[in-house]
Design a protein around this ligand. Structure first.
Ligand SMILES: NC(=O)c1ccc[n+]([C@@H]2O[C@H](COP(=O)([O-])OP(=O)(O)OC[C@H]3O[C@@H](n4cnc5c(N)ncnc54)[C@H](O)[C@@H]3O)[C@@H](O)[C@H]2O)c1
Length: 434
């Protein structure tokens, strides 16, 4: 077809207008040849352009799916989301739990589900610690009817899809890069999850209709270099000792801004060293247990002046009660269409235990429960972000959330050790792998 057009242009079809001479016949051959070569050339160009655009599209898809696992979407997926979000009690709530395959996220999701609330989880299953533990938590949640979407809180399209599929009344935002020391190794992961991810999530909440109420995990680490104890919500928090703390403090400011401009109802919870079954392998109580059982040494840090480090260890069930109470007392957001209609609730609470325990005392309790002695190396605390002690004043949470921790470290670690031995397949005679 193309050849025909070119030929017609070179050789008008109107008879008599052009007198074709013999020399022109040779030219005509040449033109024909040229015409077909240039056509071929054009086709080749088209093919190259198509191939190039296909390849660049492929690489875009590859890059984005490596970053945002594109394992979501489709009718079946939407059905799973709706079933998981279905509320099974009067006045129940529908909650999007981010970080649901994490330690606290799993427990909060289970507690909500057990009382009949709708719960959909979201987690990127990153490899900060063993992802198989996160997968096992996901399986536990699935067995209770909670579906966990594999995706990143930075994925705005996924969040929009989730809010399109379910009119969530609440968001329990627990997804974060946790841990203090890892920031030395991978600072960008803290900015990615705790700052950029938080903003992406709040953007989605702000645009959702209805806007959900947001409860999210800040941290006791915002108290940083404070030495006035116990830590109160009224104390200054402008001297963070780690990048982790700085990103949590930034989170408190960012959430305040979304509350002020868009009317999002916000509750920030400052957790104090949460521990318990299904816990985090990067935390001392967990890695001490593993090392003691394997006969490996543990390192117990001390302050520069030789004082023992102390933490306000808080048992997971107590923290879960605080989270659920925060959800239950959260007022509705007041904005729509990107504007607030009236001032919205903004709250911050300490969720601690109010009785700090030293790290050597923690080791002593573990030794008793494991019936094994720890091989201890004592070392000075390195200056990489840890603080010497934490101690929560919980009077505000007690007054406004009815928060009242009831589990001491002795009892809580007993439950943790029991879970650890069964999860990692140790026989009843502690220390023996079954
Ligand atoms: N456990 C504690 O002692 C403690 C203390 C203070 C604050 N916090 C905060 O509480 C929350 C829960 O902590 P945890 O102990 O359960 O930690 P966790 O690491 O077990 O849980 C966090 C989960 O979030 C997921 N996640 C991380 N970045 C993500 C992203 N960009 N997109 C989607 N998912 C992502 C992780 O895969 C993980 O499963 C965190 O915000 C943490 O900072 C915990």
């Amino acid at each position: 077809m193309m050849m025909r057009v070119l030929e017609d242009e070179l050789f008008p079809s109107t008879p008599g207008k052009v007198k074709i001479e013999r020399t022109h016949a040779a030219n005509r051959q040449l033109h024909r040849c040229f015409a077909s070569t240039s056509t071929l050339f054009l086709w080749a160009l088209l093919l190259i352009a198509l191939t190039a655009s296909y390849l660049s599209f492929q690489s875009f898809v590859d890059t984005s799916s490596r970053y945002f696992t594109a394992s979501w979407g489709g009718l079946h997926w939407e059905r799973q989301i709706r079933a998981s979000a279905a509320v099974r009690r009067e006045d129940g709530i529908a909650v999007l739990v981010t970080g649901a395959a994490g330690f606290v996220g799993t427990h909060v999701s289970l507690a909500l589900r057990r009382r009949g609330d709708g719960v959909v989880g979201l987690d990127n299953f990153n490899a900060y610690y063993d992802p198989s533990l996160k997968k096992a938590r996901k399986a536990l949640l699935a067995s209770h009817g909670v579906f966990v979407v594999e995706g990143d809180v930075n994925d705005a399209r996924l969040l929009a899809k989730l809010f399109d599929t379910v009119p969530f009344t609440h968001v329990m935002h627990l997804a974060a890069q946790a841990g203090v020391r890892y920031a030395i190794e991978n600072p960008a992961s803290y900015v990615h999850s705790n700052v950029a991810g938080l903003v992406t999530l709040l953007e989605a909440c702000k645009s959702a209709d209805p806007q959900p109420s947001v409860v999210w995990a800040s941290s006791s680490s915002v108290y940083g270099l404070n030495d006035k104890v116990p830590f109160s919500e009224l104390d200054g928090t402008d001297r963070p000792a780690s990048l982790y703390a700085a990103t949590k403090k930034a989170g408190e400011e960012i959430t305040h801004c979304y509350n002020h401009i868009y009317g999002l109802s916000i509750t920030g919870l400052r957790f104090f060293t949460v521990y318990g079954p299904w816990g985090r392998p990067d935390m001392a109580y967990f890695s001490f247990t593993r090392n003691i059982l394997q006969g490996k040494p543990i390192t117990v840090f001390r302050g520069r002046d030789g004082t023992d480090l102390a933490r306000d260890f808080t048992y997971i069930d107590d923290v879960v009660k605080g989270c659920v109470a925060a959800l239950d007392t959260a007022e509705a957001s007041t904005g729509s269409g990107g504007r607030k209609r009236s001032p919205a609730q903004y709250r911050i609470y300490n969720l601690g235990n109010t009785s700090p325990v030293t790290v050597p005392a923690l080791v002593g309790i573990l030794e008793r429960h494991l019936k094994m002695k720890a091989k201890k190396n004592v070392a000075e605390m390195p200056g990489n972000g840890d603080v010497p002690f934490t101690h929560a004043n919980i009077s505000l949470a007690r007054a406004e959330l009815g928060y009242k921790p009831t589990t001491n470290l002795e009892t809580g670690l007993k439950k943790f050790v029991k879970w650890y031995l069964s999860y990692y397949g140790y026989s009843r005679r502690v220390g023996n792998k079954s």
